[in-house]
Each structure stands twice: as structure tokens, then as C-alpha cells.
Design a protein around this ligand. Structure first.
Ligand SMILES: Cc1cc2nc3c(=O)[nH]c(=O)nc-3n(C[C@H](O)[C@H](O)[C@H](O)COP(=O)(O)OP(=O)(O)OC[C@H]3O[C@@H](n4cnc5c(N)ncnc54)[C@H](O)[C@@H]3O)c2cc1C
Length: 451
């Protein structure tokens, strides 16, 4: 059997690896538009700040493919799929490449919002970051044009990580975000406010609630941006990091059912027989992902399905995101703001603590004692526990211990102080703090049994 995989990102590569682990004999052929064997995109911003080199990013070198008997075709964009004859083509005149099973692992591309002139100046003052080539182009532009001021449109995870690396190059750096808070998909308003302060303390400017209307230029050289409220911000370079869109064109042309992504069922089968899809490009249950853990999970399932086993079914992946900026510990998992979804009410419980003094924020979302999500800012100790127990029923006392949200009771008057309901942790109260009965802080006992 001949399996053709289009795309050599994490989804395509791990599908190939999982297939090989299950079957030593099938022939596996990977096609990639890019010119590198599998590399991680996580550290692309550091390639711009020259803190890593290309070889630091490569996860599997070419020998890995040889050793696993996987044929790797680089610089090979598949331009057409003929599902009737089970063939793909590199261009209009190329010989057909036959497949028995085809896996689409075409990933996603940066979204470019409808900003006037953004497309006109793309790769000439306006850039997005998705690939090694993009990072090299940005770095070369910064050096060759002696860039001083950079605007990053998009205050999501990638926008922030990119901004930090731009700042590391000692450039004037401004993040412009459409929503009224940073990380709108991962944080609630309170935590977004704390994060903004942290980012600004690194010397990065943050402008929120700002819809970019136009890329400004003089004599075909970009000079900045215009925001909808009329404000102009000067810049020599504009980086757009405003979300992603699944790469579906090839599938659409081949008549495969697509919506936002390529639609798949729980076995990662598309609407076309013998064609499967995996990774950022898929849509399952009206949802798309765009994170590595989802790709890895799906790669296991598709390997099984392609080999005719159908013994694993996809149920979706719980989103987990960690901001990768040295000096900031921030993880957001699962459903972190039920109020956003009008879900508050029966069974929902939120344990929350904002400690502004220590720049610490903890928020745990429970439903009927099941852990549904969390935001952990200013400490990562509890992340493994939360990740392990997400969607499971938990013991609240155990949880409170791990995330250090305690209840305290005054031995004199029985007054209860709950860390999870206050803006400051009990252990950090000022020493002269007094209970309402006038007892000192030391009269409080932690987590007595019967409260
Ligand atoms: C800067 C950056 C940082 C990130 N950090 C994180 C992180 O910290 N944690 C996390 O979970 N996720 C992170 N992500 C997201 C993560 O990288 C993606 O979820 C992951 O790369 C998706 O893998 P994929 O294999 O589905 O698609 P991709 O990685 O997009 O790979 C698809 C490949 O298919 C190729 N291709 C497309 N069409 C064709 C064709 N017709 N012919 C041949 N080849 C084709 C593309 O060129 C591409 O090489 C980050 C992404 C970026 C850009």
C-alpha cells in the first residue's frame, strides 16, 4: 500500500512516524512545499532575535526519514488532487503520483485582516511569521532597512512572543490589539490587565481596543499604521500576527467538504473515500485547533484509520496554552470564563484570587466538581496537576492545596477568610491586619476540617 502525505509539519511527520510504528512495510511518501525537514515553529521568533539558529529548530534531520524508510520530498508543492484516479500532481505538466491513501496535513497560514495596503506591502515592510523563510525575511529586512520601530498587530500568544524577541533586538516595539485585552482567547479581563502591566514593564508599548485601518506609506516605503480612531503610529516594519486560517484550497478544489477547515469525522476521514486529514487544517465538530498537542493526538488516530483499524476515535483536544516569554509564567487551560458563554448558573463554581502585590492570578473553573479550566499567572507549580485532572472530578481540598488557595478560620470568633474569594492571599496580609473581632492574623488556622 502506498500512503501519500501532503505537508511535513508536526501533523504530517508524526502521522508518518505512527504509521511506520504500526506497519513496517507500507510505503510512505511525504511532500512538503518548504525546504526543510520537520522543524518546530515554536522558536521562530528567536530566529529573528538570533537567539537560535536554523539547526536548533530542526527536530528530525534527513537521516531520520531514511532510517524510518519514509520518502521525503522537499520543495515539492502538490498543486492538484484527482480523487477519482487516486493521484496527486506537482504541477499541471507533472507526471501523476499515485496513492492508495492520501493524508492532507497542509496546516494553516497566518490570517491577514482587511487592513488597507496590508497585502500590497506584504514581504516589503509588512510580514507575517509562520515559517523559517518568514523569520529569515523579517530578520534581513530589519538589518538591511535599519529598522528602528516595529508594530505587531495582534496581542495573542504569537504576537506577544514575537514582540518580546523584537524587543530583544533593542527595537522600539508596539503591540496593537483589536480587543480590549491581551490574549483575548486565553484570558479574562482581570488577568489581561495584569499581563499588560508585565509586558509594558519589559519596555513594550501596548495599545488595546485598536482596529488597524491602514498601512501608511510614503514613496512606496511604509511609515506606520492608522488606527480607526484616527491615531497614527510610526513604524518601519509591521508584523501581522492576527490568528490563522486552515489551508484548505487544495481540498476545496478536489471537491472535499470544507468549512473553515477540512471537515473530518472522528476517524479523521474526509468526505472523500481514501482521503484523510490531520492537524491545523482540520475541522471536527465545528471546531479548529492550531496547537501542537491537537496535531499529535490526531496523528495517532489517523495512522490507525489509514491502516484500516478504526480503533481510535477523536474527541477533540482541550486547549492548553502557555505563554513562552522568560520571566512570565502564564498558562490557560480549557474553559476559563464561563460568564463569556452564558453558562453561569447550575453547578458552576469559580475559585479565584488576584494578588496584585505579587502579580499573581489564579482562577479555577469547576462544574459539578469537575475541573473545566484554569488560568494560572505568576506561578507554574499547579500546571501539571491542572493539566492531568482537566475534565475529571476532583477533590476541592486537594485542588486548593495544589493551587495554594486556602481557607482560614479565626480561633476566636470563627470568622472564615477564603483566599479564593479575595484579592490578596491570607499569608500575604499585612502584619497589622485584624479580624473583625480584633484578633491578630496569627489567631487564624489554615484549612480547619469543618468548613
Ligand atoms: C511562531 C509560532 C509559534 C508557535 N508556538 C506554539 C506553541 O508554543 N505551542 C503550540 O501548541 N503551538 C504553537 N504553534 C502552532 C503550531 O506550530 C501549529 O499548531 C503546528 O505547526 C501545526 O502543524 P501542522 O503540521 O498541522 O501544520 P504546519 O506546521 O502548518 O505544516 C503544514 C505544512 O504543509 C505544507 N503544505 C501546505 N500545503 C502544501 C501543498 N499543497 N504541498 C506541499 N506542502 C504543503 C506547508 O508549507 C507546511 O510546511 C506556533 C506556531 C507559530 C507559527
Amino acid at each position: 500500500m502506498k500512503i501519500v502525505i501532503i505537508g511535513n509539519g508536526v501533523a504530517g511527520t508524526f502521522s508518518a512516524q505512527n504509521i511506520r510504528n504500526l506497519d513496517k512495510d507500507v510505503s510512505i511518501h511525504l511532500y512538503s512545499k518548504e525546504n526543510y525537514p520537520y522543524y518546530t515553529r515554536i522558536k521562530l521568533p528567536q530566529l529573528i532575535s538570533e537567539q537560535v539558529t536554523i539547526s536548533d529548530l530542526i527536530v528530525f534531520n534527513k537521516n531520520w526519514y531514511v532510517k524510518n524508510n519514509i520518502e521525503l520530498n522537499l520543495n515539492s508543492e502538490i498543486k492538484k488532487i484527482d480523487t477519482l484516479h487516486k493521484q496527486v500532481f506537482l504541477n499541471n505538466n507533472s507526471l501523476p503520483i499515485h496513492y492508495d491513501k492520501l493524508i492532507l496535513a497542509t496546516g494553516s497560514l497566518p490570517n491577514i485582516p482587511p487592513i488597507k495596503n496590508a497585502k500590497k506591502f506584504l514581504r516589503n515592510g509588512v510580514f507575517t511569521l509562520r515559517s523559517i523563510q518568514d523569520a529569515l525575511d523579517i530578520k534581513n529586512f530589519i538589518v538591511s532597512k535599519k529598522v528602528q520601530r516595529v508594530i505587531i498587530i495582534g496581542g495573542g500568544l504569537l504576537g506577544l512572543e514575537l514582540a518580546k524577541q523584537i524587543k530583544n533586538r533593542d527595537l522600539d516595539t508596539t503591540i496593537v490589539e483589536f480587543f480590549p485585552r491581551l490574549l483575548p482567547k486565553q484570558l479574562d479581563f482581570d488577568c489581561g490587565t495584569l499581563l499588560k502591566e508585565e509586558i509594558e514593564s519589559m519596555g513594550i508599548n501596548v495599545i488595546l481596543d485598536a482596529a488597524t485601518e491602514e498601512i501608511l506609506s510614503e514613496q512606496e516605503v511604509i511609515t506606520g499604521i492608522l488606527i480607526k480612531n484616527g491615531t497614527k503610529i510610526d513604524a518601519d516594519l509591521v508584523l501581522i500576527q492576527a490568528g490563522i486560517r486552515p489551508t484548505i484550497d487544495l481540498a476545496v478544489e478536489a471537491g472535499i467538504k470544507c468549512n473553515r477547515g477540512i471537515i473530518v469525522n472522528q476517524y479523521l476521514e474526509t468526505s472523500m473515500k481514501n482521503v484523510f486529514a490531520v492537524g491545523d487544517c482540520i475541522e471536527y465538530n465545528e471546531q479548529t485547533w492550531g496547537i501542537i498537542p491537537a496535531c499529535m493526538e490526531q496523528a495517532k488516530i489517523v495512522a490507525s484509520t489509514v491502516l484500516g483499524k478504526r480503533d481510535k476515535a477523536y474527541k477533540g483536544t482541550i486547549p492548553k496554552n502557555t505563554l513562552k516569554i522568560i520571566g512570565i509564567d502564564l498558562t490557560s487551560i480549557g474553559l476559563f470564563d464561563p460568564s463569556d458563554k452564558d453558562l453561569v448558573g447550575a453547578g458552576w463554581e469559580i475559585l479565584k484570587n488576584i494578588d496584585k502585590k505579587s502579580k499573581c492570578y489564579k482562577k479555577i473553573v469547576l462544574k459539578n466538581k469537575k475541573l473545566k479550566g484554569a488560568i494560572l499567572f505568576g506561578g507554574k507549580k499547579a500546571v501539571p496537576y491542572i493539566s492531568k485532572n482537566i475534565e475529571s472530578e476532583i477533590n476541592e481540598d486537594e485542588l486548593r492545596k495544589v493551587v495554594e488557595l486556602f481557607k482560614w478560620r479565626c480561633k476566636n470568633c470563627n470568622y472564615v477568610y477564603d483566599d479564593a474569594k479575595n484579592d490578596i492571599l491570607f499569608k500575604e496580609l499585612p502584619d497589622d491586619w485584624k479580624c473583625k473581632c480584633d484578633s491578630p492574623k496569627t489567631m487564624f488556622e489554615r484549612n480547619p476540617d469543618n468548613i
